[in-house]
Design a protein around this ligand. Structure first.
Ligand code: AMP
Length: 394
């Protein structure tokens, strides 16, 4: 094994070891406890999955074991800058207290418009009576929100273990991925992912495109995609990508639903057919077909590194879930280094019970895409500017 190269993303970012002596230090920690909640008829609220809380424990334990006094802050849901009891952190407070007693949890950051508005007065309130700051919330580090970019300007700061691991893995994809490096991109909106596709084309050896966005590519190639989703404003962008000489793989067969039928969780009505990529009028392509799954799986199997973001079809509807399940299975079987870029693909992998067979599942869908596209994030830039940041020599 050779020594891994110095990771470009971690360069200049202060880590937990760069904090002052922890004993008695008051540390403010930004975490991402935006967990799924269950709301019950009797009005009670439960945490459906406490993974995000457990994931922050190594950083929090490191701090408390060292004698620090820890205050944790997070957002939950979308209370839109107003106090909204629906998004109270009380259920989280109870769970955190069971897992790690003695840690204080602030109220929902998004109860104030100052959080998303990055209001300096709101930052003043956050850092008051604190001695240091830790960011362990990768999933919001692409946002220039007060709790992400404010405190590092005022306090010695550090990336927590979760954030550090994200940077290590995603940085290795930007630096020296084992080749061939295959990127698999799916999901609905081609417009959202054109930027990252451009960035990936420069770095990856092959780009696999599935999901709704594949139909804008197929339409750009002159195929008749029936009633499938097509973004007509992006046809030229797709043509440009296709003409760039990059290796782009698109579906060759499609699972389609008859015109006028509805789809979504629990839908069963309407005829479903597997067909080639030219669809009859009105038929909607909602998943990749079995021939495509086999082809994509073969490419994934031969890869040194695979990055996957976005479902291959409308996986919420069981009739159109096979493509996503097939790619998830191929990722689990792959011998190369496998990374799932958060969001829907991460939940698909988890629901299929395959998470333990993926090398790395990012905790931030949007953040991981922005990091790959721009090579940096506002939250990381803020940490590099912290008073205790190691001075980069490069
Ligand atoms: P995104 O947020 O862009 O990753 O998109 C995720 C959404 O894309 C999921 O809710 C899927 O249902 C949807 N999706 C995937 N494939 C298709 C398709 N062929 N047609 C319509 N929607 C799709």
């Amino acid at each position: 094994m050779s020594q891994p190269p110095v990771n470009p993303l971690l360069r200049g970012v202060p880590l937990l070891a760069d904090l002052p002596d922890l004993d008695g230090l008051r540390v403010l920690v930004r975490v991402d406890f935006n967990v799924p909640l269950g709301r019950h008829e009797d009005g009670s609220v439960s945490i459906e999955d406490d993974f995000r809380i457990r994931a922050a424990l190594p950083t929090l334990r490191h701090l408390t074991d060292g004698g620090a006094r820890v205050t944790v802050m997070t957002h939950l849901g979308r209370p839109d800058g107003k106090v909204d009891e629906k998004w109270s952190l009380d259920p989280l407070r109870g769970r955190l207290d069971e897992l790690l007693p003695g840690v204080t949890l602030m109220e929902n950051l998004r109860f104030s418009p100052g959080e998303t508005g990055n209001d300096p007065a709101f930052v003043d309130g956050l850092v008051r009576d604190q001695d240091a700051y830790v960011n362990d919330a990768f999933g919001v580090s692409h946002r220039a929100h007060a709790s992400v970019v404010g405190p590092p300007k005022r306090l010695p700061s550090a990336a927590g273990y979760l954030l550090e691991r994200e940077l290590e893995v995603l940085g290795s994809l930007l630096a020296e991925p084992a080749r061939p490096f295959v990127a698999v991109v799916g999901g609905a909106k081609v417009a959202d992912k054109l930027g990252v596709m451009h960035a990936l084309m420069d770095r990856a050896d092959a780009l696999i495109v599935g999901g709704g966005m594949a139909f804008t590519f197929l339409a750009a190639m002159g195929h008749d995609v029936g009633g499938s989703m097509v973004d007509h404003t992006r046809l030229d962008d797709c043509r440009e990508l296709l003409a760039s000489g990059a290796e782009i793989f698109l579906p060759t067969d499609i699972v389609a639903l008859e015109p006028g039928a509805s789809f979504g969780p629990g839908s069963t009505a309407g005829e479903v057919r597997t067909m080639g990529v030219d669809l009859p009028a009105g038929w909607m392509g909602l998943d990749i077909g079995p021939e495509t799954v086999a082809r994509f799986a073969g490419i994934i199997a031969g890869a040194g590194t695979v990055l996957w973001n976005g479902p291959m079809g409308v996986f919420e509807d069981a009739r159109f879930a096979s493509g996503t399940a097939g790619v998830a299975g191929a990722m689990a079987e792959a011998s190369g280094f496998t990374v799932v870029g958060g969001g829907d693909s991460a939940s698909a992998v988890e629901h299929l019970g395959l998470a333990s067979r993926i090398d790395f599942i990012s905790t931030g869908g949007g953040a991981s895409l922005e990091l790959l596209e721009f090579g940096d994030l506002p939250g990381l830039a803020a940490l590099r500017g912290a008073p205790n940041a190691p001075r980069s020599t490069v």
